[in-house]
Write a protein that binds this ligand. Structure first.
Ligand code: DGY
Length: 327
């Protein structure tokens, strides 16, 4: 009788150290995986064995990283945006990449709407005035915001999140304009949304909300010229990526009173240093990239990343794969 074949060695994977341990149960509980927490904890001698890597959007997945791990088969990004990933390099190295679409749509759309409402009613300035002792009596003409009903919202990029924002804004009585590569008949039918060029959208909107992924085509899409097309009474919301916007041009527009307000959940760089002029620009609300930050959503993102990682290690189709050919 021949001896039983030895069990295959477990596949080596690395997960980020910043995720709560129980969100990662799917990989820790999965048979056949050896899980190391944090790339820094991976001994150099074992780098050639690494098969799967889970990463956050702050980790660049580039040529330098990929060439350290010749056995790497899959990268699972715990984010829907993947501008941290050099897709061409992944294609060259035969590494598949997963992301986390869908599960963060509602949380991110809620946050975009929160920013829109906060900017519309000047919440930050009103609170600062109150704290600074400038709330002396109730004054009918003080802290006047703008109404949403009848205002125009221009959605730049009507993907899942853009559409979810448009649905919310429509429920507040806003008229929806959108700029998107392809027409969105469902949004046109159900929300009365109207597709237009970016220039038309910028010129007509009272609020502009950015929802495009960061790519070479969208880098600084909203530059000084684009900001100059916006109404001086308009408000800009960015929950996409900081580099979609020319921040210096935005700061100049706010100081010159050429834009009513801005509310940003994303910046360039991240984290934004506290002394950055965006923080002191007038009527500018800046948040530390919290669009998807609910416990439910962050756990779902991690679980989808776990599913991508396991599928990639086992050579199956990823539940949410990035099309690397699309660049
Ligand atoms: C993403 O997933 O791309 C977000 O920016 C992080 O929530």
């Amino acid at each position: 009788m021949s001896a039983p074949a030895p069990a295959p060695a477990p596949a080596l994977i690395v997960v980020p150290p910043d995720l709560p341990r129980d969100w990662l149960d799917p990989v820790f509980d999965h048979p056949g995986l050896e899980v190391i927490v944090g790339l820094d904890a991976l001994p150099e001698a074992r780098q050639p064995e690494l098969v799967g890597l889970m990463c956050l959007l702050s980790t660049p997945i580039d040529e330098a990283l990929l060439s350290r791990f010749p056995a790497l088969r899959v990268v699972a990004n715990v984010a829907v945006g993947y501008d941290n990933v050099d897709t061409a390099a992944c294609l060259r190295h035969g590494v598949r990449v997963g992301n986390t679409p869908g599960v963060l749509t509602d949380a991110t759309a809620d946050l975009a709407m929160t920013l829109l409402l906060a900017a519309a009613r000047g919440l930050v300035e009103a609170r600062e005035d109150a704290l600074a002792g400038r709330w002396q009596k109730w004054k009918p003409d003080r802290w006047l915001g703008v109404e949403l009903r009848g205002a125009k919202l221009g959605v730049v990029g009507l993907g899942q999140i853009g559409y979810a924002v448009a649905r919310r804004a429509s429920a507040f009585g806003m008229d929806i304009l959108y700029h998107s590569r392809s027409p969105k008949p469902e949004a046109e039918r159900s929300l009365g949304a109207r597709r237009c060029t970016l220039d038309e959208l910028l010129a007509a909107s009272d609020f502009v909300s950015l929802h495009v992924p960061l790519s070479p085509e969208t880098h600084r899409l909203i530059d000084a010229a684009a900001l100059a097309r916006m109404k001086p009474t308009a408000t800009l919301i960015n929950t996409a990526r900081g580099a979609v916007l020319d921040q210096d041009a935005l700061i100049a527009a706010l100081h010159a009173g050429r834009l009513r307000a801005a509310a940003l959940d994303v910046t360039e760089p991240e984290p934004l240093p506290p002394e950055h002029p965006l923080f002191s620009a007038p009527r500018c609300l800046v948040l530390p990239h919290v669009g998807s930050a609910t416990a439910t959503t962050r756990r779902r993102m991690t679980e989808l990343a776990c599913a991508n990682l396991i599928a990639g290690v086992e050579g199956r189709a990823l539940p949410a794969a990035i099309d690397l050919g699309a660049g």
